[in-house]
Structure formats: C-alpha cells, structure tokens
Design a protein around this ligand. Structure first.
Ligand code: FES
Ligand SMILES: [Fe+2]
Length: 381
C-alpha cells in the first residue's frame, strides 16, 4: 500500500488502538520516527485543525509582524492600524519568496526583499518597483488588486493566535468549547504576559503531548511537583479535543510572599490547578494566580520546539514587589519541564526498537494518553 499511514495503521492495528484502555495497543513506534508520517501529519492533521502559531503580545502595535510556521508552511501575523491581527501565507505573489523573514516593529508596509514588492497590513499589494520598466511601477493590464498576500483563517483568543490553514475546520468556538468551559470561572482577559522560555527537545511532538497528559510519572520524575500536587489527587479530563488533568486540592496557598493577585471571583482558599491540552499542540496550566501556555512547534519527526509563556493576573501582578513570587512559580515550572526532557529523548530513542510496539497503558492512570493516541489515529485517517 502506498499510503504511509495505512502502512502503519491498517484496519487491525486501528481496531487494536481503539480497544478499551486496559487491552489497547499503542500507536506503532514508526509513527514517531518516520519523516513521511511527519509530512502526513502536517497535511492531514496540522493543516486541517486549529493550531496556535503565535502570540498577540509579540505584535502589540500597528505594523508589527511575526513570521511563523504551521504544518511546515510559512505564515505571518500582522497587526493593522485598526488594531486587528491578521494572518497571511508568508509567500510573495511575485515569484514566491518569503516576505517577512524576521519579526518587524511598526513597519508601514511588508516589503519582500527579493524584488521589493510591498504589502499593506491587510495584505494588499502597494509597491511594485520598476514593474512596467525602469522607474515605472505600473504596467498596463496589471491589476495589483489581484496580487495581494493570501489570507489564512485565524482566531485571536486572548494572547494566542490560532490558525486553520485548510479553512474548513469546524468553528473555533465549537472546537474548543469543552476547554473553555473548564476555565470559565477564570477571566483570561486579565492575563498579563510576564516572560517566555523555549526548549528544544529531541523527541517527536506526540511524546511531548502524551507526557503532559498523565500523572503516573509525578512520584518518580517530579518529586517536587508531586509534593504539592500529589498524582493520586488529579482528576482526568477527556472531552473531544480537550484532554488533561485537574487537581482541586494541590497547590500551596502562596508560592512565596507576597501572595499574587488572583483571578477575580476565585476564592482565597481555591487551590485548583487545571492542566489542559487542546489537541493537538496547545496547553494551558491555570492556577488561582497564574497561567502558563505550553505550545509545541513540531520541527521534524524527532525534534520539537517547545515554547512556554508565563502570565499573571492583572497589571498589578507585574509590579516589582511580586517579582520573587513570580520567579518562584516560573522556576518551579521550569524545573519540572527540565525533568521531563531526558525521559522524552530516551522515549524517542526506544521508538527505533522492534519491541517498542509491545507497550501497555494503565487503565487507571493513562486513559487520557490513550485518548490522545486515538485522536491521532482518527485525524490521520
Ligand atoms: S519574489 Fe517577492 S518581490 Fe519578487
Ligand atoms: Fe512530566
């Protein structure tokens, strides 16, 4: 069979993956290593769903532009004079060069460096130097209105810019309704961005997601985390594209002095932490006084670029006097993440082994990992 996915996921394997968690087969290891599978994921999964690919805080002013990559394809986010962030294919309609190659601040036009075509913030073609001859930007019969940047379907949700390259995914609201419902008591519009961190992980993106979705490794890998958020107290979440865990009793009352401002309406004794993923690559950790987004940017079959952004609640929370408390939270999460990376890279190395196909799930602790793998199998049909 020519289809690369069908080679790994024939009918019998699909049925085994779809079995009850206790007896289910895991996804075949080749799905984590084969470059042809990664290409199929770009086309069948990442291009067809909603992918978070940028941050509004990185384009705060008109003319700010941010190049990014979705499903292996170049896109660019631009904020217009009307304050609206838009997304375009980052491909020049002249001969196809990448238009924006680095973040821009306050650019009046987006100028392609190859032959100088320039586009306004709405993607309209405005500059075509020498197009009709030396010193003549116009050419008879050439209609600039037909040669603008191609828009990409985009939703701006709080700080996160989600795109759907194919243009025909279900509405963003439908897609993320269960995710939003879990967080409805938290006014995310209050979030203020504090800082970001990046991690380059030598593992397939799916291993990174799966690791986030189970807590059975907390007592072995994350003793510090397990001390404040014991693994046995997590509830599992598995609702459509929303996966993860919630712990309602775990967090300390404050991570350090002074205690940070909380989300409005979240009681002083609320110690709930949400660890929620929006399939395939977007994740939020939300506590009473903080939020971190974790987004994977898959690089190839065995490398993943991971970006963390830390947010606190209201302008007041960014005041210097809360610096030590913010630092305590960020350091804590950074430590937890660094504890995972070696495991993920070992897991990637073992995908090459013929016996890696014979793995099992805990029916108690790993239904969400299994649920993730079923979503992957379904989306690669
Ligand atoms: S390819 Fe962009 S101006 Fe020619
Ligand atoms: Fe972990």
């Amino acid at each position: 069979m020519n289809d690369v996915i069908a080679r790994y996921l024939d009918a019998a394997t699909r049925a085994a993956v779809a079995a009850p968690t206790k007896t289910a087969a895991s996804l075949p290891p080749g799905l984590y290593t084969d470059p042809a599978v990664f290409e199929a994921e770009n086309q069948r999964l990442f291009a067809r769903t909603w992918m978070c690919a940028g941050y509004a805080h990185e384009v705060p002013n008109p003319g700010d532009a941010l190049p990014s990559t979705v499903a292996g394809l170049p896109v660019v986010f631009v904020r217009g004079r009307d304050g609206v962030v838009r997304c375009f294919h980052n491909v020049c309609p002249h001969r196809g060069n990448k238009v924006v190659t680095r973040p821009l601040k306050g650019a009046p036009t987006l100028v392609c460096r190859y032959h100088g075509w320039g586009f306004d913030h709405q993607g309209a073609l405005k500059l075509t130097p020498h197009w009709g001859g030396y010193g003549k930007p116009n050419d008879a019969g050439f209609d600039r209105a037909c040669h603008g940047l191609t828009p990409v379907r985009m939703v701006h949700w709080h700080d996160w810019l989600f795109v759907n390259l194919s243009g025909d995914a279900p509405s963003f609201e439908t897609f993320m309704a269960p995710f939003a419902r879990h967080l409805e008591a938290h006014d995310l519009s209050r979030l203020r961005h504090e800082s970001a961190a990046t991690f380059n992980i030598g593992a397939n993106w799916k291993l990174v997601e799966e690791n986030f979705l189970e807590v059975l490794h907390l007592p072995t890998v994350h003793r510090g985390l397990n001390a404040v958020a014991p693994f046995q107290e997590h509830e599992l979440v598995l609702e459509d594209a929303c996966l993860g865990t919630i712990i309602r009793t775990g967090l300390p009352e404050s991570w350090a002095d002074p205690a940070l401002p909380r989300f409005p309406g979240v009681a002083a004794d609320n110690r709930t932490a949400f660890n929620l993923a929006l399939f395939p690559t977007f994740k939020l950790v939300v506590g009473p006084d903080h939020c971190a987004s974790m987004i994977e940017f898959p690089v190839d079959a065995s490398h993943t670029h991971q970006r963390w952004d830390f947010y606190f609640v209201g302008d007041e929370a960014l005041h210097d006097r809360y610096g030590p408390t913010r630092r305590a939270i960020i350091d804590f999460f950074s430590e937890v993440n660094s504890e995972d990376i070696g495991i993920l890279e070992d897991m990637q190395a073992t995908r090459a082994s013929p016996v890696a196909a014979n793995t099992v799930f805990s029916a108690t602790w790993e239904p969400v990992v299994h649920g993730f793998q079923k979503l992957v199998a379904r989306s690669l049909a």
